[in-house]
Design a binder for this molecule. Structure first.
Ligand code: ADP
Ligand code: MG
Length: 256
């Protein structure tokens, strides 16, 4: 196996928003993240791809500390991840996360889903929170669904609400973990279009996805993971037309 890496300048700059240095994590005997070095610049869109079980979700989850790490360091906007308490709640608000399974609050309306975090974590005023929520719901194309419950919406609509909910916290970075994998095919594009627009608007994004069209058109960089390691990183054109590692070649030959 050839290991190829085009890691950028190792010296952090003011524009480095997410920095992982030599991050390691185990689940028991499984070394799920191995010496991960990854720097994401402000405004950058990084697509993470790789075989199932390679550690992509775990990587995302360490960035907002849904998972702890065993060694190494993670910084968001120059600050190490807090361990607990209010600081951690604020970090989670700064790092928006969208999951495959939407994870909306089932017993709250769409509007409540998008105001809750603003009220609890950001201590926003109720009226302002609702106005912001309605604007965001309009922006992701579900403004007319505000008073419904999640179960009354399609999967594509629910996922767009989940995106609006994360955006309501004014996150510095958005993590998407296979946001379209649970959707019926006809709903995939409506979610990808919202993500494309976010990328165009300059949001810093880490996107785990099998949607190679999205990777080609929206990503600044593709990170390919296998067996807990970053095996290869490259601009999308370069990665898709000329993958350098055997692992990436093999992976692409199966999915393209
Ligand atoms: P991916 O998202 O690339 O499919 P994951 O990060 O979900 O990979 O998982 C990487 C490996 O870690 C898999 O072998 C998975 O079974 C294992 N794993 C993930 N979460 C846990 C956990 N909470 N406890 C034990 N093993 C886990
Ligand atoms: Mg996963």
């Amino acid at each position: 196996m050839t290991e190829v890496s085009v890691t950028k300048d190792a010296v952090p700059t003011a524009d480095d928003l997410v920095v992982l240095r030599n991050v390691n994590k185990h689940f028991g005997a499984l070394h799920v993240l191995q010496d991960i070095d990854l720097t994401i610049a402000r405004g950058e869109v990084v697509v993470v791809i790789g075989p199932s079980g390679s550690g992509k979700s775990t990587l995302c989850r360490t960035i907002n500390r849904l998972e702890s790490i065993d060694s190494g360091e993670i910084k968001i906007d120059g600050r190490p991840l807090p361990q607990e308490g209010k600081e951690l709640a604020r970090l989670r608000a700064d790092v928006g996360m969208v999951f495959q399974s939407f994870n909306l609050f089932a017993h709250k309306t769409v509007l409540e889903n998008v105001t809750l975090g603003q009220l609890k974590v950001r201590k926003a005023d109720k009226k302002a929170a609702e106005e912001k929520a309605r604007n965001l719901l309009d922006r992701v194309g579900v403004g007319t669904q505000a008073d419904k419950y999640p179960a009354q919406l399609s999967g594509g609509q629910q996922q767009r609400v989940a995106i609006a909910r994360a955006l309501a916290m004014d996150p510095k970075v958005m993590l998407f973990d296979e946001p379209t994998s649970a959707l019926d095919p006809e709903m995939i594009n409506e979610v990808l279009e919202v993500m494309q627009q976010l990328a165009r608007d300059g949001m810093t994004m880490v996107v785990v996805t099998h949607e190679m069209g999205f990777a080609r058109s929206a990503a600044n960089r593709v990170v390919f993971m296998a067996d807990g390691r970053i095996v290869e990183e490259a601009a999308p054109d370069q990665f898709f037309s000329n993958p350098r590692s055997d692992r990436a070649k093999d992976f692409l030959s199966k999915i393209l």
